[in-house]
Design a protein around this ligand. Structure first.
Ligand code: PRX
Length: 652
């Protein structure tokens, strides 16, 4: 409990390499030096509402101008009060109206190699048509549309169509289980479901519609379901409820003007794991989020008209919302999306795509980079990566070895690496190098973007000095911040605003070095980061105890060379003996309850869980056991931790 109780951490990282931007990168960048960055940051810090108001006027289309930049009634923020705008308009109509309708908006490649692309004018037509489809199914402003789809252009089209008419999208990653979909649909009271017959994953067919059919049995609020024919699978069609995407689109008009929406209209909810069993519906609104997505995209990637930008995230995660959809499309970028796995049909798939489409801006996750390193350099060396200009990472800290490999092998030692720290809750990137300005240090997300005021504090709220780590907080509201947890204001206050007065508590530990660089040091709560995805230990434990043979369960993270963290679980049984069969069954049970991403890598049976005298599970001990730091006896049968527990009980 040491970390959690004091909020102070001793630092263990000593990375001293510094990589300044090359003169060529700085010369062509929008922000060319640290002096220019500092000037912008100072302007924002001096009067942040005025700074963001200036940008909002320049960067967004307003049907009606706003009258007040920020109304702050902690912890509830309203940005650009009185204004009316539309995120779909900012992503599409604005570019077409400016004469850029022929510019390529989306380039898509499916896993089997099928290819499609859309200009901004074409994407506008498709989005308008699907917006009309949604209306024809009875979707009204404020209705929640649940989206469970593979990464296809139609997923982006569905999101923008919701935004166009003021419906709220709730995208659920297509790896979640029927149970997880139903939980989210019920919490959001979703009215419409959008899905596909199936998806391709490593050459296999994932039966999405079948999973949705299961989910909809338990989602009574859902009235209609639209199904994209992606794979041509035979599926069940429920008369009166299910409709084929292509049939509805064939009849829809392509005229659907974007609805002028109040700035604070909810744009989407996105479920993420917290430190309790129930996922939180993080709520983002229209104008502030849209501005933050656009500006952070332009700053961090130094985007230019001729760039081809590829973010490998799926739209099921926040990165796919902000940096596949709203950020780059608002900026008029050409965005590549790829449906499949990085190692299908071969381990060079990503590099093949970069060569084929001459990708210049590339944004991926450390877990993917570690996998590429493992697969071997020869997969990379076959391809021409000279089009690359800026490389990004997100989702978890990048270890310096992976950073150096990315720098040398992918970036040819010429491309700046932007290590971007942010969260589902922050809406967009909060800390990152700027490619033409910031000297980078491997493993550090460097400095806050303009308008962002991080403070590292201890549990009393006092700022810690440079040699110590502590809780990362943000001292002033920013336009992209979450506006709340769907339907649960109390939880919103409790999780983010109650422990440190007056500041947003991010949930991460961090340290600031003597040069003012920030280093993220992991979570302060029971949230795991598995392959860059957030999982709550309690969510996994709840899934396990719903199995009839599990009496008690504890889930912890274990360091993993590829995933960052792997899931290890300790279970006590009732009415069953430990067996390999039961182990497999429990793994499968977690898959069914949550999804494949939460599947435990290590299941251990124990007679009792080690607990403190006050009854708290000794998670630190379990973490050490899972990591192999504590030797235990025979792990094939029942483990007994009583000796280890009694040695530890005072310190936990
Ligand atoms: O712990 C931090 C880690 O991922 C968490 C946010 O997860 P999620 O909301 O799923 O969003 C992921 C994509 C933005 C953070 O609290 N994290 C994210 N980026 C970094 C990071 N940790 C270290 N360095 C990063 N660049």
């Amino acid at each position: 409990m040491g970390q959690q109780s004091t909020g102070q951490l001793d630092t263990v990282m000593h990375e001293s390499r510094v990589f300044p931007p090359t003169p060529e990168t700085s010369a062509r960048a929008r922000i060319k030096s640290m002096a220019e960055y500092q000037q912008l940051w100072d302007e924002a810090a001096a009067d942040s509402p005025a700074f963001w108001a200036r940008l909002a006027k320049e960067e967004l289309h307003w049907f009606q101008p706003f009258t007040e930049a920020l109304r702050w009634n902690e912890p509830f923020a309203e940005w650009f009060v009185g204004g009316k705008t539309n995120a779909s308009y900012n992503c599409l109509d604005r570019h077409v109206a400016a004469g850029n309708g022929d510019r390529i908006a989306l380039i898509w490649e499916g896993e089997p190699g099928d290819k499609r692309q859309y200009t901004y004018a074409e994407l506008l037509r498709e989005v308008s048509k699907f917006a009309n489809v949604l209306k024809s199914l009875g979707t009204k402003q404020g209705d929640v549309v649940s989206i469970y789809m593979p990464l296809t252009p139609e997923l982006v089209i569905a999101m923008l169509a919701c935004a166009r008419i003021g419906a709220i999208h709730s995208v659920i990653f297509a790896g979640f289980s029927a149970e997880a979909i139903a939980d989210r649909n019920n919490d959001a009271q979703a009215k419409i479901q959008i899905t596909a017959d199936a998806a391709w994953r490593r050459g296999k067919v994932l039966a999405l519609k079948q999973t949705v059919d299961e989910a909809l049995k338990k989602s009574p609020s859902v009235e209609k379901c639209v199904v994209l024919d992606r794979v041509n699978e035979a599926i069940h069609i429920e008369p009166g409820r299910d409709f084929w995407w292509h049939k509805l689109m064939a009849e829809a008009s392509d005229n659907c003007p974007a609805e002028p929406l109040d700035s604070e209209t909810t744009l989407f909810i996105l479920y993420t794991s917290g430190s309790t069993g129930k996922p939180k519906g993080i709520r983002h609104t229209t104008a502030g989020y849209n501005l933050f997505a656009k500006k952070t995209f332009e700053w961090v990637f130094d985007h230019r008209e001729q760039d081809v930008y590829w973010c490998t995230a799926d739209c099921g995660w926040v990165t796919g919302h902000t940096y596949v959809t709203y950020g780059p499309l608002s900026a008029g970028a050409t965005v590549l999306i790829y449906e499949g796995a990085p190692n299908f049909p071969h381990e060079g798939r990503f590099w093949e795509l970069i060569e084929r489409y001459k990708v210049s801006l590339f944004y991926t996750a450390p877990t993917a980079i570690r996998a590429f390193m493992k697969w071997g350099d020869h997969h990379v060396e076959k391809y021409d990566l000279s089009s690359l200009r800026v490389l990004g990472t997100v989702g978890e800290g990048i270890n310096p070895e992976a950073w150096m490999w990315y720098h040398r092998k992918i970036g040819g030692e010429r491309c700046p690496i932007v290590d971007t720290w942010w969260q589902t809750e922050t809406g967009g990137i909060m800390m990152s190098p700027l490619p033409g300005a910031t000297p980078t240090k491997p493993g550090s997300c460097t400095m806050p973007l303009p308008g962002i005021l991080p403070k590292i504090v201890d549990s009393s709220g006092a700022e810690v000095d440079a040699t110590h780590g502590g809780w990362l907080t943000i001292a002033h509201p920013w336009p992209g911040m979450l506006r709340g947890i769907w339907g649960d204001d109390e939880r919103f206050k409790e999780v983010y605003w109650s422990k440190v007065p007056g500041k947003y508590l991010a949930g991460d530990n961090a340290r600031r070095d003597a040069d003012g660089y920030y280093w993220i040091m992991g979570r302060i709560d029971d949230v795991l980061n598995v392959s860059g995805h957030r999982l709550s230990t309690i969510e996994i434990e709840s899934a396990l105890v719903s199995h009839p043979n599990v009496a008690e369960a504890a889930a912890v993270g274990r360091p993993d060379p590829l995933k960052g963290e792997a899931v290890a679980v300790f279970v006590t049984l009732r009415g069953a003996e430990p067996s390999e069969e039961l182990r497999k069954e429990l793994v499968k049970h977690v898959r069914t309850q949550i999804g494949a991403l939460a599947q435990p890598d290590d299941v251990r049976f124990t007679g009792t869980l080690p607990k403190t005298r006050s009854g708290k599970i000794m998670r630190r001990l379990l973490r050490d056991i899972a990591a192999g730091k504590e030797t235990v006896g025979d792990t094939s049968t029942l483990e007994d931790y009583s000796v280890l527990a009694s040695l530890r009980s005072e310190e936990e």
